[in-house]
Design a protein around this ligand. Sequence first.
Ligand code: APR
Ligand code: ZN
Ligand code: ZN
Length: 370
Amino acid sequence: MRAAVLPRSGQPIVIEQLELGPPGPGEIRVRMLASGVCHSDLHVRDGEWERPGPIVMGHEGAGVVEALGSGVDPVASGLTVGRLVALSWVVPCGVCRSCLAGRSWACAESPSFRHGQDGDGRTRAQRPDGTDVLAYLGIGTMSEAQVVEAAAAIPMPAGTPAEVAALIGCCVATGVGAVTKTADVPAGASVAVIGLGGVGLSVVMGARLAGAGRIVAVDRVAAKLDLARELGATDTVLVGADGTMTAATLRAITSGGPDFAFEAIGRPATVELAIDVLPPGGTAVLIGMTPQGERAGFDVYRFVDGGRRILGSNYGSAVAAIDFPRYAELHLAGRLPVERLIDRRIGLDDVEAAFSRLRQGRGLRSVVVF
Ligand code: APR
Ligand code: ZN
Ligand code: ZN
């Protein structure tokens, strides 16, 4: 199989021909149909997040079931050969503190974080010379095929486009879930969305689904504002060099500040903006992830005095088996126009170019199609 391999964090992607083994117990083999290019892949590619290598990149994918390993019951799991599945980048361990508390999206012991290594430290994919190659978050979707844990593969409702299923696997679950699950935004609330990539635009769609009143979309790229409006934003703010100005503008539009401010970039300055712009009682929902080790600050007196809140939202609090099919049904019902996030269909060879566009904030979601 051909796959986009990152030799190690900080180096360019190399397209390699790998040998993929059969699915082991509890695993399935998936033939990939689509993989989105998400900013989290770029964090790893650029070394902002340190991950082991060599590793097949990609964590936003969908494909069809090709083969089942032993112990995978096609009836109980819905994983029949030929079935379209969206892949989840967290398989809950089921026994850690977060899993036991019903917050499986915060599972710290997930086997997904072994990046496809089994108990013996081996992987399912090898180079021709026999070197093991990891799979990012256990699904390494920038590859013609993968062997994944059966629990990572979520059967999708009939008629779901593969590209849509792929995006549900990361940016849609992350953005829509941040609104509807993590923050549980009530109808009529005012919402600001800072950063309009695949994640931020999914927040806009989620805010519309939730019946938010004002939805103010913020980005430094004008073209993103137009699409945000089409997806439900009632107002838009183009960020210039002066962040203070943005806070004042946001407060003016939302009569004193938004009830909820979503940060979907992952920069200390915009994290601080999301907290700073809140009115008393307001909630900042932090989705964007910074390079590892970065810190942000806020005015503690003012924050506490006004009873404000900060929520970290990982994966939109997704429980994949329940939420992915739900998002697909909403798409099929015309209420979640996920396809609007896609502006380019590319081949594996174009992944590095897609990373360049993402670095510059140009374009929307690039999707690798196989
Ligand atoms: N002010 C306003 N907008 C900005 C700024 C800024 N200072 N810097 C970047 N942006 C905008 C970009 O123009 C782009 O539209 O933020 C958006 C970021 O989108 P993408 O790069 O497409 O990222 P996405 O895949 O949506 O992920 C966003 O969520 O899960 C995390 O790791 C992920 O940190 C990343 C974030
Ligand atoms: Zn992602
Ligand atoms: Zn767990």
